[in-house]
Design a protein around this ligand. Sequence first.
Ligand code: FAD
Ligand code: MG
Length: 321
Amino acid sequence: MPDDDRVYSYSAVLMGSPILLKLFSHNEALAAKAFRLIKQYEDLLTVNRAHSQVMDINLAAGRHPVAVSRPVFELIRCAKAASLLENSAFNLAIGPLVKRWKIGFQGDSVPPADEITTLLTLTDPTEVVLDEAACSVFLARSGMEIDLGAIAKGYIADRVRDFLRKEGETLGLINLGGNIQTLGSPEGGWTVGIKKPFGAADALIGSLQIENKSVVTSGTYERYFERDGTRYHHILNPRTGYPLDNELDSVTIISMDSIDGDLWTTLVYGLGVEKGCAALRTRPDIEAVFVTKAREIVFSSMRHFHFTLLDNRYRLTGNTV
Ligand code: FAD
Ligand code: MG
């Protein structure tokens, strides 16, 4: 983003993440309303507290369906559909494994293999039963848990963008702990950095110039722990129950809606570079920047952004159009 003294920044901590809002108007009240909106969605969707609509569903697993509000139902419907895609790395029913590993939370540990095998039996997305008419969700087996951590920030970022637009704002940037959505575009576009995996907090390997787009990154370097020389990060392979292991350090998705970005980072992370690029050929509205462990930067395509390399230890390969 251009260095502009008309830009006003507002920050908060919500969803266990630093939240930043940039507006081109000095409007404390509007920022406060946007933060309240985020908090309302957090209260509906969190699984990190005893109560929320998603927790109510989880606590009733194996016993009875729970009626939820329409936005929660729609988000769960979307998450279930993504979980049922062929070879999908995304699984909304991954909760029991996320809770057991506790990656990024106090008390993380490597579960014994037999426990992982048992927990995997509680993660079948077809056992998330949706009732459209009753707007209810039923988890068929006791012990099942929905976790929307891989998609909820994207959904919420879109709602904040819509809210700002409705309030008459034409320019804004919403950063939900690295999940970025933008409204409009200042002259020269918005500049969004891509972090250097395992680098210092402010170390960037490149930057993207975008207009009116969302930028979402998922990486192995944000939430992880190390035990006996092995690194365990928080994106789990829904088939093995262990962290996904491939050539990638991070994936960034550029898309119109942030929910697509949040979802596709997980989908594409699971596919890896080659299959990820192939999958995105059917979605010209969604583009990926892969950062590999071998310090390569690969683009699926470059229609909706410009890229500036900031660290010459990394090499650009693949599509540059
Ligand atoms: P992404 O790559 O987008 O998602 C990774 C997350 O998705 C994992 O952390 C896990 O939750 C889940 N996941 C893992 N594997 C899969 C899979 N195969 N399929 C589907 N999902 C998977 N963090 C805190 O520390 N404290 C909090 O109180 C807290 N509250 C939150 C409340 C809400 C409403 C939300 C949305 C998030 C909250 N978080 C909190 C952060 C949350 O725990 C996740 O770390 C975060 O959402 C991960 O987002 P990401 O973009 O970093 O990673
Ligand atoms: Mg995600």
